[in-house]
Design a protein around this ligand. Sequence first.
Ligand code: SF4
Length: 486
Amino acid sequence: MRPTIDQDDDKPHEECGVFGVWNGGDAAALTALGLHALQHRGQEAAGIVTLDEKGLFHAHKGLGLVGDNFGEAKVIASLRGGAAVGHNRYATTGETALRNVQPLYADFEFGGFAVGHNGNLTNAAALKRALVRRGCLFQSTTDSEVFIHLIAISLYSTVLDRLIDALKQVQGAYSLVALHNGALIGARDPLGVRPLVLGRLANGGYVLASETCALDIVSAEFVRDIEAGEIVVINDEGVRSVKPFGRQESRFCIFEYIYFARPDSVMEGTPVYETRKRIGAELARESGVEADVVVPVPDSGVPSAMGYAMEAGIPFELGIIRNHYVGRTFIEPTDQIRNLGVKLKHSANRPMLEGKRVILVDDSIVRGTTSRKIVEMVRAAGAKEVHMRVSSPPTTHSCYYGIDTPERSELMAAKHDMAEMARIIGVDSLAFISLDGLYRALGKPGRDPSKPDFCDACFTGDYAIPLTDWQTNSDKQLSLLQPAGQ
Ligand code: SF4
């Protein structure tokens, strides 16, 4: 079962971050830095596997943040070698347990193999049932382990052919980094739903990373995005590209631009920060309202609020201040404390709100619980009117491609129309950017329903990759077919 999100944290959760190095000198240190830059993509666990010049693998994994696990010099020193793969985990499948922390490692007849996966497989349960029937013994509950078993039973001889054989059997979204004795390998699913980029180090070594912000931290030069359906094999001879799936139009995750990616990253050639400002400007054109001040819901709503304010010619103010030093539960979560929840993270900047008509800009509304508390807080600080503008279309469907969203039945926009949502959240008016407006902000003329440029299934229900492991139940909700052995 996919885990549901923390009630106090009413946002979809980022998926995972991956990083890989070939010929990087101190590959473990570079990977720890890269994972640190990708920390926003997963905070539950982190792991690094390195390969030394004698062909030996070294691994360290742990629950918690990158700094918790790789902050000590002796840990980095124990991870010898010039090549590495690393992974930040947010559990989209499987529970939070050390056995699920990636990169996963296995010894095959061809030698050691480590793999880190960002994304979600949509036929992992079906594959797992078949593999268990064949005698495969699963060590974890993460969907990513099917890669290991499919490679193990493949009849092909080379590592690359075995990996291609495995990838041809899986459905879903994946960006992979893998390491074996002969190469670092990167792979993206045929629709390129999740991101993966290639960078070059000053010493000639190569880096793979989920986002360009992880190249910046290790001073790697951006080379290019790995293409949808592409596998790159990186070794001392350079970078070899293999495209085993034939040509397909890519469907990159549009939510990366809205919320998941770090604003200083560039995704598929498009800078995230500027895109968010353009989305805000489009939102202002679509649903302008008279007001005195535009206030972002920090932090992710900030660039789109800036774009909104500039387009509307209304002052931008930080009317809500975010406390960055709140852990998940630093106080025992009694009901009284839970009710205070939002105040632990956000506080009203009263002089910026009192007596004013306020436009609040947020990037998404999932359950609506946090939005309601924020609006209450802004009204309590003396706002005269509160208008909510959202820089994504209404989230009406769950994600099955690696983003943790609640079940559909818990999504506010799946259950209520606009007027009801505005009443529940407690705002004077509510508007979301239109799907066409979002596409326009991304430089497209609009959404062509016969050939959408992006994955936008959480706004449209148009799932481009089959959901083999799910069935539609009597309430027209999708429910997971249970895998064997769980
Ligand atoms: Fe991204 Fe939404 Fe598609 Fe999931 S369903 S990959 S969050 S656009």
